[in-house]
Design a protein around this ligand. Sequence first.
Ligand code: KG4
Ligand code: ZN
Length: 337
Amino acid sequence: MKILGIETSCDETGVALYDSAKGIIADALYSQIAMHNDYGGVVPELASRDHVRKLLPLVKEVMTGADVRPDDIDAVAYTAGPGLLGAVLVGASFARSLAYGWDVPAIAVHHMEGHLLAPMLESVHPEFPFVALLVSGGHTQLYQVNDFSQYILLGESLDDAAGEAFDKTAKLLGLDYPGGPLLSALAKKGRSGIFKFPRPMTDRPGLDLSFSGLKTFAANTISKSDDNMQSKADIARAFEEAVVDTLIIKCRRALIQTELKSLVIAGGVSANHRLRDKMSAEMEKMGVTVFYPGQAYCTDNGAMIAYAGYRRYLAGHFEPLAIRAKARWPLAELNII
Ligand code: KG4
Ligand code: ZN
């Protein structure tokens, strides 16, 4: 079985083909970062317009590259939300129409379920049940995942998502958009212990998180510090360590509470090396195995949507001839009762 996956929820146009026998057989991604960089962040209207331009050429590239014809495709899966509504609408309209034209089912995929299932594409992958930490630019959430489509929200950020805090702090440090990977690179040149950032909401029980205070703390630290590269690198290091430690403390709590022994970390911030290294080392001490997506599948991509679409296909979740697009969409709404 072959599923075409289409992702357009933010600033990446992703198209991929999942083959149930072979895995991902073609994968194309166009990043709009250079276009948005001039504005210091994603401009929704420009994002939508660019998805319109890129989708058809990317579908052609993927189909030609894998030597697959429309007749070979069993379903078209698309991100139906959450995300920038205009951007989601472009991919949803395009994908639903393609499925209609090809006379195959269309499958609406929840973007965060795509992230959550992305580690399943790896040769060593998690088995249900597990705890999942989703850390992206728009979400920071902890779930107990009992099975496919059985998601219990354990805690989430009450304000900024971790990726958003990375991006905003990076901007304060004079870095380009999206700042997460750039801040992380700068932090490698920083010294540990020069600045001490708080670990928000770890001094009280519970699994909710908060990252906007760290960004404010960074702003205050920057204004009081020397304006040189070493000082910026030291601040980047302190900020990154604070985010990583906070996420580790909350994951540890979630694992103790649920008594589970597997942890999935997914979403753009799961590409972060310090997070991956330290999380794995700390969890090993608790006898917990941590699973991540491959580096290419941490940030937005079509492959995770094609795979989540395949799982929904198996569960018989097909869309009627209406186009589904949602800016907000709680993951637990997907639960099969
Ligand atoms: O999952 P994603 O591609 O998009 C959303 O669904 O939001 O996540 C993008 C976020 C951005 O905030 C970006 O700065 C962050 O992931 N990110 C990173 C790293 N790579 C991407 N943050 C920290 N370290 C990284 N290496
Ligand atoms: Zn994402």
